[in-house]
Each structure stands twice: as structure tokens, then as C-alpha cells.
Design a protein around this ligand. Structure first.
Ligand SMILES: Nc1ncnc2c1ncn2[C@@H]1O[C@H](COP(=O)(O)OP(=O)(O)O)[C@@H](O)[C@H]1O
Ligand SMILES: [Mg+2]
Length: 241
């Protein structure tokens, strides 16, 4: 999928200023940048939760700029949210099934997807737990399971590792790699630069609504402008934006 010349301002303040970005099938693309750089705004625009002031979004060769989020989801675009957005009153299993049903899966297919994803994300021992009371790591994993329940071609993950404990990280990284290996295009927003450098095929660096660098991990690691704008700050886990 591709975003072309995306502009967005809130109350006269430019938050995205001509952003171009492509996520290719089967790649893990990292999107990094300081808090307030515009990363979540870009994900909102890519997925149809917000509209750009200018620019276009293309999905599988089709212009989708004016399509609402649920229509884009049916065309194979899924996301996770930085905070919440699970159905707190439903169980873990019901959350995954609802996501599959929402893109047109049959009840039977939704159940089968839930079985598979509960196992894949280590949630199989508590399918009937209420989603509203999950510890942060499980909530994150359920968010990813819900996104994958739509069988997306592209999945946009907005800080999915935030709140995971260290023991959960290797399985999380394996899950991201598996998404890419299965042909899904993955956009990963993550503050842990070591994780980004290890996981991503390519990395885009956003600063104040402008792409300031783009390249493979070695290129990004060696980029002085990136170091100045971001990398020095990135390994300390400050408040998230
Ligand atoms: N709905 C909104 N209304 C007003 N300002 C917003 C809105 N959404 C985001 N912003 C502002 O846009 C900037 C970029 O925010 P965001 O996209 O969340 O950055 P990031 O995800 O990179 O931390 C911030 O200054 C934020 O306050
Ligand atoms: Mg954000």
C-alpha cells in the first residue's frame, strides 16, 4: 500500500507535511520518530480513521482515500491501536471472532481463526477471560490477534510491544517475523530502536511530519540526521505520544 503526499493539520498546526510511504507485501517496515512526529496520525489516515487534507492512499492498486475504515478493512487492511479499542465487555475469544465476522467471515470460519490465533498468541488458556481486565501484555497480544483475524494483506501496528514484559518479547518478535514471512506487509511503530533494527527490512524516520530518512537498518543506524533527531532519545523509554 502507498501513501502519496499526505498533508494533515490540526487547528492550523501542520502535523504531516507531504509524507510519502510505501508498505510492500511481505516486508516489515519500521516507522520511527520522536513523540508527536505524526506516526499515529499517519496510521489513522492510512486506515481511514482520519482523512488527509491533501494526498492519496492506494491499496492493492486502488485509490481508497475516500473509503471509510471498515471498507478498507474488507480490502485487507488491519491495524492495532496504541491504547485500548478492544471490546472490554466481550471475552478474549469473542473479540477475535468479532473481528473476523466484521470483515465478512462466516461464524464457523471466525471460530476456526480464533482457535488458531488464541494458540499463536499464547491466549489459549483463557479464551473466556473478559478483555477489559487483561494485563497489558495479554491486551497487546489480543490486539494483534484481532488484527490478524481479518486475514489482512497489510497490518499496521502502533506500538504493539508497549507494555510487554521482557519474557514476552521473543515470542512477539517471532510473531512479527511470521507475519512478514506469510506475505503480509507489516508497518511497525516502535520506540525500541534495537528491536526495530533487528526486525525490520526497511525503516522510515518521521520527524515533525516530514520523512527525514528511509533505508535498510544499516543505513538508518549510520544516518547523522536520524541520530540527531531521534536515536539519541530513543533508547530511553520516555512517555509515549
Ligand atoms: N485529533 C487531533 N487533534 C489535535 N491535534 C492532534 C490530533 N491528533 C494528533 N494531534 C497532534 O498531532 C501531533 C502528532 O501526533 P501523533 O500522530 O499522535 O504523533 P506520534 O504518534 O508520532 O507520537 C501531536 O502534536 C498531536 O498533539
Ligand atoms: Mg503515536
Amino acid at each position: 500500500m502507498r501513501a502519496v503526499d499526505i498533508h494533515r493539520a490540526f487547528e492550523g498546526i501542520a502535523v504531516l507535511q507531504g509524507v510519502n510511504l510505501e508498505v510492500r507485501p511481505g516486508e516489515v517496515l519500521g516507522l520511527i520518530g520522536p513523540n508527536g512526529a505524526g506516526k499515529t496520525t499517519l496510521v489513522n489516515i492510512l486506515t481511514g480513521f482520519d482523512g488527509p487534507d491533501r494526498g492519496a492512499i492506494w491499496l492493492n492498486g486502488r485509490g481508497v482515500t475516500r473509503l471509510r475504515a471498515h471498507r478498507r478493512a474488507r480490502l485487507g487492511l488491519a491495524r492495532t491501536f496504541q491504547h485500548g479499542h478492544l471490546f472490554a465487555g466481550l471475552t478474549v475469544r469473542e473479540n477475535i471472532e468479532a473481528s473476523a465476522l466484521g470483515v465478512g467471515a462466516s461464524p464457523r470460519a471466525a471460530r476456526a481463526r480464533a482457535d488458531e490465533l488464541l494458540a499463536r498468541f499464547g491466549l489459549a488458556d483463557q479464551p473466556t477471560a473478559s478483555a477489559g481486565v487483561l494485563p497489558p501484555g495479554q491486551e497487546r497480544r489480543l490486539g494483534m490477534a484481532r488484527a490478524l483475524a481479518t486475514e489482512p494483506r497489510y497490518v499496521l501496528l502502533d506500538e504493539p510491544a508497549a507494555g510487554l514484559n521482557e519474557a514476552e518479547v521473543p515470542a512477539f518478535e517471532d510473531a512479527i517475523r511470521a507475519m512478514g514471512a506469510s506475505g503480509t506487509g507489516v508497518l511497525l511503530i516502535e520506540h525500541n530502536v534495537a528491536m526495530i533494527l533487528a526486525l525490520c527490512d526497511r525503516i522510515v524516520v518521521l520527524d515533525q511530519g516530514v520523512v527525514i530518512a528511509e533505508g535498510d537498518p544499516a543505513t538508518i543506524r549510520g544516518d547523522d540526521q536520524v541520530a540527531a533527531a531521534y536515536l539519541g532519545l530513543a533508547t530511553d523509554h520516555g512517555p509515549r505520544g
